[in-house]
Each structure stands twice: as structure tokens, then as C-alpha cells.
Design a protein around this ligand. Sequence first.
Ligand SMILES: [Zn+2]
Length: 481
Amino acid sequence: MLALNLLLVLAFTAVATAEFVWKHHNNEELPLVLEEVHRKCPNISRVYALTEPSVQNVPLYVIEFSDNPGIHQPYKPEVKYVGNIHGNEVLGRELLLGLAHHLCDQYMNHDRRIRALIHSTRIHLLPSMNPDGWQVSADTGGLDYLIGRSNNHSVDLNRNFPDLDAITFEFERQGISHNHHLLKDLSKLTAPLEPETRAVMRWIMSVPFVLSAAMHGGDLVANYPYDESRSGAPVSEYSASPDDDTFRDLAMTYASCHADMASKSRRGCHVTSSDESSTYNFGKQGGVTNGAAWYSLKGGMQDFNYLATNAFEITLELGCEKFPAAEQLESEWERNREALIEFMWKAHSGVKGIVSDDAGFIQNAIISVVNITGPVPRPIRHDVTTGIYGDYYRLLTPGHYEVTASRPGYFPVSRVITVANSRHTPAILLNFKLEPTSNWFDEESSFGGYGHALRDSQPRIYKRSIYDQVAKSIMNNRPEK
Ligand SMILES: [Zn+2]
């Protein structure tokens, strides 16, 4: 009995003083670290698992920070970080565990910047998307460039997402204006979805994320869409998305706040002294690269986020070494800390608001934007849509824009805004009140090609859609064979 009491006291002491330790946390320790953060900060955090586990049945744990955990609130953008997608690229996993502790500790320490961030943003951290690969890599000493990269079915998870780039490039070639939420237009899957992919897809499609970063290792660079070349060929060519300016800005925010990602004088990870001018010497280009300009890949998570949802995701290559020694982790945290925080603030750049009518919020209204900063207006051919509270978030770089809210059955409304260069301030607030066309016309046919009807007048080619099949597959927990 005495021994039991002593044990309980010891256990309590251990819990009460549990400090975060920089080391490689295994798959059993990972959820304990997250639970410990939640125990310290119960009012601003929540730990949950994605809808299905890995092939080896390891849950994919997420910790969320918000002043209202578990609830999406209008005007509050949602951000995510995803680590350890390739099992042998482990720095992101440990940085996210450290970040969870940091957010909690600094919130409790009344750090004004962290408190403001958590009060205005809903943050989700998924430290490991590929715990099975991590295990294989850790078991073999973490030394190999490839062992542990894939999941337990030997599938590279960052090639397993539906290839929506091919669809958007085909629409571009045919002059079709449809440019967002393209999963509906998918006509075939080239490979079965892995459980980890399906879990993350379901997460991505069910939470209204605005901003995201996926963490890798093996180089030091912030990589932005598109990852796939326009021809689809495995070549290195710049493949700009409609939001190239914004994506470059997001990538440069991370790179410039990192200790030396953007350093022009640092040596590239894979550059020999005889090859100093190599294009892969990313420091020389500010620590950022377009994905396909580096090398083209199909089925990546980054482009899927942008083309299937309203989320803008970039890919962070966090260092030359994929599995750095435990002794290096704390200094890597110091090198990344500012960048990790500043990047999340970018969810507040641009404009946000609510679209409604007399009856209430309008979900799935379309927000389209024209950049009118220069002499020639430039439409940004990637619309975002409103969520369940009619809320939208449109990331933009500083400049002048015409923003239009539209929805079939309503007159579209446009407003001109100026996005200023400011840090740590909320996005410009721009709400829209739409008026149904039925208030003006008795019959829909009487207004013919007016207004929004023009916007969709171009022919849209519907291939035989497997959206329902895919949606069912990701909404079901039944694993595929
Ligand atoms: Zn990787």
C-alpha cells in the first residue's frame, strides 16, 4: 500500500513537472506529449485523431489551438501544419510537438503575440501523417535516404492524392473558367487512396482551412504551387498558379523568418564546390522555389489543397538532413521558431467577410478577385467560396483589388479594396449583402445573360464524374483493399 502511494506521488510529480524534452518521440510517446499540452492548457486546446488510422493502425493525432476548441467561428481563419509525411523526414514531427508546447506555455505566460494569434486563429497541428514509415526509419537508425519514406503499403503519400493539376491545366487549355473545388471534375483515380491519404483528404474537405504548410526534409527551401508541370512531363519548368504572387509571399515569409533558409551565402544541400551556381542552391534564390521549377510531381498534397478546397498550402523542406540527431533538435527549433509563428499570421493577410441575404448566411457563394494595382487589370483565376456561416477568407498580397461576390439566383456585387502591408493585424473586413434576382424579375428567363449568368456562359465539359465514389470512399471508414 505504501509502495502504491509512493508510486502515485511519483507519478503525480512526474506529470506536474513534465517539461518538453527535445528528442525523437516514438509513436507511443507522441500522443502523450499532446495530452500533456492539453492538460496544461485545457481551455485553448483539444486533441483528436483523424477519422482513420495508418495501415498499421496507429491513430493520426492532431492538437488544435483556439479560444473555442472544436468549433469553427466566422471571421476566424483556420491554419494547419502537417509533419512527417515521408516517414524518414522527421524534423517537422518534433518541431510541431515543440510548437504545441510553445503555444501553450507562451499563452499561459501572457505573451501578447501568441495570445492574439490564438484568439484570432484556429490552429491544427498534425505532427505525423506517416507513423508507420517513421517506425521503419527509426528501427533502421534513420540513416537511409529512402527507407521509411513510404507508408506500410510502400506508397509515397505525397504522390497519392488525386491529380487535380491535370484537370485545371486541361480547363486552361480549353478556356473553361471553372477554377476551384475540382474534385467534382475528377474522372478517374490513377491509384487507390491509402488510409493516411483518405484520412487527410477527409480532414481537408471537412475543416475550412485557409492556410497550410506540409513539412519535409532533405533540402532547405520553401516550395510553392504548382508542383506539377503544365505538360505533366517530368521536367523542371516554372508552373505558376493563378495565386503565384500570394504563394511566393507565403513561401518568402517562412524563408526570411528562418535562421538561414533565405541566406544567399549558405551552401546548397546537394551542391559541390565545383557546382556553386546550381539552380538547386536555393539560398541564392531567397530560399524559395516553385515546385515544378525544382522537379515536377503528380499527386502531391500541396496542389490538392489548392485545387480541391479554399486552402493555400506550401511545402517546407526543413533541412539537408532528413533524420537529424536528437542533439540538433533544439537548435533546429530555435532556427524555425520565428518562421513557424510568422507563417501562421499570414492567414490574416488579404480580405475576409460574410456573404448574406435577408434570410441569412449564403454558403457556397463565389468570391472572385481582379488585381487592379497596375495599369492592366489582372483577374486572379482562382475563386474561393463561402463556408457554413457565409464566411470567406481571401489571401492577397498588398495592392488594389476588385472583389466580387456572386451566387446563381442573386445579383453579383463588387467592391474595390486596398490591401496594405501590415503584420499581425486582421484581414480587411468586407461583407456582402446579395439581392435575389427574383426580387426584380418574375421569371428567370427574363434577365437572360445578365450579370453572373455571363460568368458561367462558357461551355463546361463534364466528364463522367467519380466525385460521388471518391466522396463515399473518403467518408467511409472502410479500408480499401
Ligand atoms: Zn519528403
